[in-house]
Design a protein around this ligand. Structure first.
Ligand code: HEM
Length: 283
């Protein structure tokens, strides 16, 4: 059969797809997959170091997306808009689920596998993850000491410093309560943002009003429940991290210099939105 006789491909045939990318962006060009793959650089020959790096990379990509969505939601909340941020916070919740699922893959690595490459990364630790710290700061879990590991990198340090000194997503929600005429004390609205929030009885009473009259305050009620979803998922991530750490390194100190599992266990008691948890007890 001559070339001319070749039957034209059917409408579902792969031959119909674009084949020549000498003049236009291909999939790999657009996603810069060469750069992505170039970042995957194990230091040892240990089989599991690939897994270790991949799970951290994937986690950082999700964290970056979460930061972007949180910032967009906060920008809208700051302008008094309550419906559109719900969509962004839902995306945060879904991305958190992906982050938490990543432990299932990592847990296939045994302590013996891990020890084959542990020496390679020295003092590096997720403790120094600027992406994770930004998520914590935006959600209100703040400690200025967490800025220190980033002092040598102004590009990472300065946005974190700015976030530490600005309102959290919860502070913006409290401003919305006040804007709707609910009594939120001035000292709470103008609090020192560098500190973690502490439970305030008047704020609790304001949320109780919202939860008792959901018809009037439906949007604030939905926002509160969405924030609770975010904190719920954050707790799951923390718990799964701790369990993975315990099964991998036991109670050895962390590469980042903390006590390890003890430090992570203490972090489990963090409460981001204190009144939203307490409101359940008081209803
Ligand atoms: C077997 C794997 C892992 C082990 C043994 C481990 C161990 C630890 C330890 C011991 C700490 C406490 C800080 C320190 O290093 O002294 C820590 C912190 C941290 N790790 Fe991991 N980790 C693992 C995987 C991951 C992964 C995949 C991520 C994903 C990003 C991650 C993110 C973090 C973050 C964000 C912190 C800081 C937590 C905080 O300050 O509350 N870790 N890790």
């Amino acid at each position: 059969m001559s070339r001319q006789d070749t039957p034209a491909p059917g409408e579902n045939a792969p031959e119909r797809a674009h084949q020549d990318f000498s003049q236009s962006l291909s999939y790999g060009d657009y996603l810069r997959l060469d750069a992505l793959k170039a970042a995957h650089q194990p230091i040892t020959d240990a089989h599991d170091e690939h897994l270790f790096i991949a799970v951290h990379h994937v986690s950082e990509v999700w964290l970056a997306l979460i930061v972007r969505e949180l910032r967009a939601a906060m920008d809208l909340l700051d302008r008094g808009i309550t419906d559109a941020p719900l969509k962004m916070l839902t995306r945060v919740v879904r991305a958190q689920e992906q982050l938490t699922n990543a432990w299932e893959v990592l847990k296939t690595m045994t302590p013996a596998d891990y020890l084959l490459f542990r020496h390679a990364f020295g003092q590096a630790s997720g403790f120094q993850s600027a992406g994770y710290r930004m998520v914590e700061f935006l959600l209100g879990n703040r400690q200025s000491v967490m800025l220190r590991p980033h002092e040598h990198r102004p590009d990472l340090h300065d946005p974190l410093h700015e976030a530490l000194n600005g309102p959290s997503v919860y502070d913006l929600a409290l401003r919305l309560l006040a804007a709707r005429g609910l009594p939120v004390p001035a000292e709470v609205l103008g609090r020192d943002f560098t500190q973690k929030p502490v439970l305030n009885e008047e704020v609790l009473q304001a949320w109780l009003t919202v939860y008792r009259d959901t018809e009037t305050y439906w949007d604030l009620y939905e926002l509160a429940e969405k924030l609770l979803d975010v904190e719920d998922n954050f707790r799951r991530w923390r718990f799964n991290h701790l369990t993975t750490v315990e099964r991998t390194i036991g109670f050895k100190a962390g590469s980042g210099g903390t006590s390890g599992a003890g430090y992570l266990r203490q972090a489990l008691s963090t409460v981001l939105f204190p009144e939203l948890w307490e409101v359940r007890t008081r209803l």
